[in-house]
Write a protein that binds this ligand. Structure first.
Ligand SMILES: Nc1nc2c(ncn2[C@@H]2O[C@H](COP(=O)(O)OP(=O)(O)OP(=O)(O)O)[C@@H](O)[C@H]2O)c(=O)[nH]1
Ligand SMILES: [Mg+2]
Length: 437
């Protein structure tokens, strides 16, 4: 795993461990482990089996109980397992202790996700973001990493370092993190101009649970061909596409990294581009895979992550922010009877039912965006040459003209227009935005 400095993942045989605490159903825990299995397979491991323990609380030092650990140990030997994956975040102390007992690699969901991210990230920005998250993850775990190395090498001179050496290593890691963060800042600033230009257009950001069909939907809307697959986290880099689907009203659609249960907050925070794509959007499309048996949980997970993002933004900017969000229920082609659709419609009357794969319902998304966008109004001032009949016509057609004045071959007007027409009008010389309301 990336954590140990090797990204090649020789096919490992993994055992998955989940703990069911009071308040969670067996069903939910099974779904969680099913998802963990998909993550492990995405990372390239073979999953030998799963263990679910029911507990009233987690065991402080080893997460699961001693008896359970013994059972796991037996299975490690019998089934030739060399990787144990916990569904929940382990503290560095817990992971170290469990590794000592089991004598195989022990990782948690976070580390698995980081590993997948590091393999998928393509752009320099995405790679930096993932690397920073990995180092932040490694920082409190340095000691364990050393213990791990010494166990692997197992011999004279390979014992772990003393506290002093650890302190040096920690400092180095921190320096490295701040160096990478500077690099990331530079890139983010570099995208500032692009973002500023983007802001003039109507921005729609596509968010949702991993594998919900976000990239497929963007491809469908934009007629483009972004990589998509049935693996989790196919998209790490965000992609923006301009869609001219609506007359005179270009829309920018941005595809983002998928969200998932138990996503550690610092991982979300490290995805600066995603945060900005969400915060600065004029509208969000929240794509849901309604063919998933746990789609309602998934909606909640996404809403929680979005809530965190907005909370962070409002702390930073000192203003409360919310972006209007439209629920898109995807993969309806998989619902085998019309009854399923009817129930969904009744429970979620505002959601738009689509099949991004087949194209069904996608036109409605564009219509909704258009009608929403047009509900916003802006005030402009335009100074147009009297010889530019085309622009004057356009303004007369789409704007409510207030004052007008003719001066030295120009007509100067202030007018109120639908926000949707702003991009078109702003391209004309002499037109400037006065206010948004
Ligand atoms: N049956 C069906 N499958 C779909 C539909 N939309 C997407 N899929 C499939 O669902 C899988 C995931 O699609 P993606 O578009 O990669 O999903 P994503 O949300 O971008 O996933 P990540 O980038 O991994 O977060 C692919 O196998 C798609 O072909 C749909 O409307 N119907
Ligand atoms: Mg995707």
């Amino acid at each position: 795993m990336g954590f140990y400095g090797t990204s090649a993942f020789p096919r490992e045989r993994a055992l998955l461990i989940g703990v069911r605490l009071p308040g969670s159903s067996l069903e939910r825990e099974k779904a969680n482990l099913e998802e963990l299995k998909a993550l492990a397979e995405t990372a390239g491991a073979d999953v030998a089996g799963t263990v679910i323990q029911q507990r009233t609380r987690v065991e402080g030092s080893t997460y699961v109980g001693k008896g359970k650990l013994q059972e796991i140990q037996r299975r490690i030997v019998e089934e030739e397992i060399n990787l144990v994956i916990f569904d929940d975040a382990l503290t560095p102390g817990q992971a170290g202790k469990i590794e000592k007992i089991l004598k195989v690699n022990v990782i948690d969901r976070t580390e698995l996700i980081l590993d997948i991210f590091s393999k998928r990230a393509k752009s320099r920005q995405a790679r930096l973001q993932v690397e920073i998250a990995q180092l932040n993850y490694a920082l409190p775990r340095l000691k364990r990493m050393w213990d791990h190395l010494s166990r692997q090498a197992g011999g004279i001179g390979t014992r772990g370092p003393g506290e002093k050496q650890l302190e040096v290593d920690r400092r180095r890691l921190r320096d490295k993190i701040s160096h990478l963060e500077k690099g990331l800042d530079k890139i983010t600033r570099g995208t500032f101009e692009r973002r500023k230009n983007r802001k003039k257009l109507f921005n729609v950001t596509i968010v949702g649970y991993t594998n919900a069909g976000k990239s497929t939907l963007l491809n469908r809307l934009a007629g483009s061909d972004i990589y998509r697959s049935d693996k989790l986290f196919s998209t790490i880099d965000s992609t923006t596409r301009r869609v001219e689907g609506i007359k005179n009203f270009p829309v920018l659609f941005t595809d983002t990294v998928g969200f998932i249960r138990k996503l550690p907050p610092y991982l979300v925070a490290s995805f600066k581009s995603t945060l900005l794509d969400v915060e600065e959007a004029d509208m969000l499309l929240h794509v849901v895979d309604v063919s998933s048996p746990s789609f309602e949980d998934e909606i909640e997970v996404v809403n929680d992550v979005l809530g965190d993002i907005f909370k962070r933004a409002s702390v930073e900017e000192g203003e409360e922010r919310q972006v209007p969000t439209k629920l898109i229920f995807n993969k309806i082609d998989r619902l085998d009877d019309m009854g399923g659709r009817r129930i969904l419609k009744r429970q979620y009357p505002d959601a738009i039912l689509v099949s991004a794969l087949k194209g069904e319902g996608v036109g409605r998304i564009l219509k909704e965006i258009e009608s929403y966008a047009k509900s916003g109004r802006v005030k402009i001032e335009a100074k147009v040459s009297l010889s530019d009949g085309k622009t004057i016509d356009l303004i007369e057609r789409v704007a409510e003209v207030g004052q007008r004045e003719v001066l030295e071959g120009f007509i100067i007007v202030t007018a109120v227009i639908d926000r949707a027409y702003l991009p078109v009008l702003e391209k004309k010389p002499g037109v400037k935005l006065l206010s948004v309301f």
